[in-house]
Design a protein around this ligand. Structure first.
Ligand code: ADP
Length: 490
């Protein structure tokens, strides 16, 4: 099968969070099963060019219709660890992708509406006719809309699978989006069963468009699919999902077992496996040395992730102080886009600066994240909501026991050592709490730290039980292929 992924991220060259990991990992898995996969991405000025091989111009003069005229683009082509990627570079005063950031601009909706249009125009002009186009999140929600409304007579029989990684960000715009992209027809697209937002009658909702117009829609875990339909976590799209329920399901994400592999990870100094865990203790030492933490007989708890309301920052903050109080060390790696949260954690960093048991690393650092996963005993994921969550899965891979809140994909992946009723003791792999108050978090951290101190052998066994799980792309890759097969034109 010939599959084209259209996305705003692909790790490690463009990665703001889990989306990048998923786009890369799924593509590699599909290729390893013998399918042809190509990726179309924006050519951001700030992406990691050191992860692209053989970058060259593949299509020099792509003119993308935009408002009444057209924007001149170049399309570059290169390999990202074996994946064939096309990067679209528009030449216009808007400088859509030369903003020193991936997201967070006032005109994000227009930037990605343009990207979606340019991706389709590129497929059309370069005569690429994939069996399936797989697009991701609100940034590419307009792809199936434009494919069906504007390109189907030129392009033919492409089918679209649309994956929603986060319902919170849906991409909104007004009629300018229609005039810019050539969709026009305001009265038609502002209808409730097309793009009109479910709550704001004056807004078009890109994600809703993606759901309505795609042949299949997924989100990133079965439990989150249920939450999105039946709880406020669907951020107003529950009714739309309900209407389209026959083509909607949750597919649990995987992680790339080549990228995340303690046996062969070039970012960690000591390799290890579940049969030979000694290397993990050496990585803990290396992590302490790197972050100037003292070398004492204490468990090390980490948090890795975006510092965003979604991630339960109030609980992250509390976890740091509670862990210190209970005789653990704490390492945080996180970046915040919101100024208030950013200032808060910079302040905490200053306050804790001289404490030899804690380190806060504020920023995005892929290389360091590997060492933290490898060197920590536990990873805390106290999210308010979590569509899938990759950090607990990466934790499992590195023998780092997760302490999580039971929401979204965390419900599908982490099974409480003491209380899970659906899994045998030897199948349990971490700690789960449900409430968002401090007490729930504290009692769960107590249980984890208690086991580490009082029954080290049992703690080690728990870590190994986590390592026994297969959260690679092995299963989800098959699921996506089944979906592609079911929608492709035969
Ligand atoms: P989300 O997609 O909501 O950000 P996920 O848990 O799905 O969260 O994926 C997060 C991914 O981003 C993981 O690979 C994690 O290691 C990585 N990550 C998050 N924050 C950072 C950071 N500050 N530095 C390095 N990697 C990070």
């Amino acid at each position: 099968m010939y599959i084209v992924q259209i996305a705003s991220e692909c790790a490690p060259v463009i990665k703001a969070g889990g989306l990048g990991d998923v786009v890369y990992g799924l593509s590699r898995d599909l290729e390893s099963r013998g399918h042809t996969v190509e990726l179309i991405l924006p050519k951001y000025d700030c992406m990691r060019y050191d992860h692209i091989w053989g970058l060259h111009d593949a299509y020099k003069d792509l003119w993308v219709p935009w408002y009444g005229g057209a924007i001149h683009c170049s399309v570059y082509c290169g390999w990202v660890y074996g994946r064939l990627c096309f990067f679209i570079e528009p030449h216009s005063p808007d400088n859509f992708f030369n903003r020193h950031c991936y997201y967070g601009c006032d005109d994000d909706n227009m930037r990605f509406a343009f990207f979606s249009k340019a991706a389709l125009e590129f497929l059309h002009k370069s005569n690429k006719r994939p069996d399936v186009i797989h697009c991701h999140d609100w940034q590419t929600g307009l792809v199936p809309v434009m494919l069906f409304e504007n390109y189907k007579y030129d392009m033919g029989l492409q089918r679209v699978c649309y994956t929603i990684h986060n319902f919170k960000h849906q991409g909104m715009g007004g009629s300018e989006v229609l005039w810019a992209t050539g969709l026009n027809q305001e009265a038609y697209f502002f209808q409730y069963d097309r793009l009109r937002d479910n709550f704001n009658p004056f807004a078009l909702n890109f994600m809703k468009g993606g759901i309505v117009y795609s042949n299949y829609v997924t989100t990133v875990s079965p439990h989150h699919a249920w939450e999105a339909c039946y709880t406020p976590i669907g951020y107003g799209l529950g009714h739309t999902l309900h209407t389209h329920q026959s083509k909607f399901r949750g597919v649990l994400n995987g992680i790339d077992y080549e990228v995340w592999n303690p046996e062969r990870d070039r970012y960690i100094p000591h390799s290890y496996t579940k049969e030979k865990l000694e290397g993990k203790a050496k990585n803990k030492q290396a992590l302490r040395e790197r972050l100037l933490l003292r070398d004492v007989d204490k468990p090390l708890i980490c948090f890795i992730g975006r510092l965003d309301d979604q991630k339960g920052v109030h609980l992250v903050h509390h976890a740091i102080y509670y862990a210190l109080e209970k005789g653990a060390q704490f390492v945080l790696l996180g970046s915040a886009t919101e100024a208030g949260i950013n200032n808060h954690f910079w302040h905490e960093k200053e306050v804790l600066n001289d404490n030899p048991d804690v380190h806060l690393e504020l920023g995005f650092n892929e290389e360091l994240s590997h060492l933290i996963y490898a060197g920590s005993d536990m990873i805390v994921v106290p999210s308010n909501y979590e569509p899938c969550g990759l950090t607990q899965m990466i934790g499992f891979r590195y023998g780092t026991v997760p302490i999580v809140r039971g929401v979204g994909g965390l419900v599908n992946t982490v099974f409480d050592r003491d209380y899970d009723e659906n899994h045998l003791p030897e199948q349990r792999n971490g700690y789960v709490f449900y409430d968002t108050d401090f007490h729930a978090l504290e009692s769960t951290i107590d249980r984890a730290i208690g086991l580490w101190y009082n029954s080290p052998e049992e703690f080690r066994q728990l870590a190994i039980q986590g390592m026994n799980y297969d959260y690679s792309w092995n299963y989800p890759g098959k699921d996506y292929l089944e979906i592609y097969e079911s929608i492709r034109h035969k």
